[in-house]
Design a protein around this ligand. Structure first.
Ligand SMILES: Cc1ncc(COP(=O)(O)O)c(C=O)c1O
Length: 375
């Protein structure tokens, strides 16, 4: 689904030099590599501040804590996202409230959000799922009207744009992940929080370092949530390549669109939809297949040596550990339907035309078998 080793090898000399630079400097906790990476990242996102941290989950937790969100507060989240979006809300002591997704984009449906806003709501977390920004105009209007914070979960969408603006400053604060499969991934775990709010940035810097602004004096009860200097150094090597990598992802997505059409498969699968005012980054190329076929197709692709995955097979309100929230099957039909029908095909900047042809050929073989069986 991604080529971690291939990407490393394509940058090997620079990556090795970056790692050695940290080792030889002896400065492995925070320090100049982290500060430089934060400055370069902020510039890319056109944000005033970027604060590196341990991973994307911790980025969400820090953002919530920096906004003083905790017990008694409600935070609106989609039920169709990676678990960390909701896990971080629960970890900070607040109550997640689910609002269903728009089935076209997989992102929060603003009307569903409006329906669950209560006097206890403090924030909305739009997840820019699979590489495309959520419907920010309507969400921002709701947030402004009800005086709510917007915390972008941009873990999957580094570089994505909404109305020409990069994610990272579309709300009060934004959270990113550098998990290896993300648009910019490190060789391990790391994350980032961006904001244009100077006070919030100052608090985030303290919170990620045990709540301390001056060593051994603790203003807040924070965490050990720092980004490692070695990850910052590796990510600094990757950052200048991101624009061309995102372009390669878009080209690969267009190629899939075209190959699926050429193979006559657009009745059998639905291709991802890129909204006109957004710049999709295709962190994932997610097709939809009738629930009847989805799991068998996954087996077929895997047995043909094709990587594929299901993000996500069970909506969050149906997860075992979230049953105490009191939701039931049927509460979020669009999310539940997505969980039954999505299928992510391999997409990464280094994917070749030949590899994409093989993926589509394997899909065609399965579709033809089904047509023959049905006939
Ligand atoms: C939507 C979303 N939110 C949050 C996270 C958490 O990021 P991390 O794995 O770096 O903790 C991820 C990562 O997989 C994600 O996809």
């Amino acid at each position: 689904m991604c080529d971690i080793r291939g990407q490393y090898l394509s940058l090997k000399a620079e990556m090795d030099a970056a790692i050695l630079r940290v080792l030889e400097s002896g400065q492995v906790i925070l320090g100049p590599e982290v500060s430089a990476f934060e400055a370069e990242y902020a510039e890319f996102c056109q944000a005033d501040h970027a604060i590196g941290c341990a991973d994307g989950t911790t980025a969400l937790l820090l953002a919530l804590q920096a906004l003083d969100i905790g017990p008694g507060d409600e935070v609106i989240v989609p039920p169709f996202t990676f678990f960390a979006t909701v896990g971080s809300v629960i970890r900070c002591g607040a109550t997640p409230v689910f609002a269903d997704i728009d089935p076209l984009t997989f992102n929060l449906d603003p009307q569903a959000v409006a329906a669950v806003i209560s006097p206890r709501t403090r924030a909305i977390i739009p997840v820019h799922l699979f590489g495309q920004c959520a419907e920010m105009t309507a969400l921002r209007a709701l947030a402004d009207h009800h005086k709510l914070y917007i915390i972008e979960d941009a873990a999957q969408s580094f570089g994505a744009e909404y109305d020409g603006q990069r994610c990272g400053t579309l709300g009060e604060v934004a959270c990113f992940s550098f998990y290896p499969s993300k648009n910019v991934g490190t060789l391990g775990d790391a994350g980032m929080v961006t904001t244009n709010n100077a006070n919030l940035a100052q608090k985030l810097v303290a919170l990620r370092n045990h709540g301390s602004e001056v060593k051994y004096f603790h203003k807040y009860v924070g965490w050990n949530a720092r980004i490692d200097a070695i990850h910052a150094a590796m990510l600094r090597v990757k950052l200048p390549h991101v624009t061309s990598w995102l372009q390669s992802r878009r080209e690969a997505a267009s190629r899939y669109d075209w190959l699926l059409e050429e193979a006559g498969l657009t009745g059998f699968v639905h291709r991802p939809i890129a909204m006109p005012n957004r710049r999709h980054t295709y962190n994932q190329y997610v097709i939809r297949v009738a629930a009847l076929h989805r799991d068998a197709l996954v087996q077929h692709l895997r047995s043909s040596g094709i990587g594929c995955d299901i993000y996500y097979p069970l909506a969050l309100h149906q997860q075992e550990c979230l049953q105490p929230l009191g939701y039931a099957a049927g509460d979020f039909p669009a999310s539940e339907d997505a969980a039954r029908t999505v299928l992510a095909l391999p997409i990464f900047p280094e994917i070749t035309e030949e590899q994409q042809h093989r993926v589509v050929a394997a899909l065609s073989t399965y579709a033809r078998q089904q047509i023959r069986l049905a006939g």
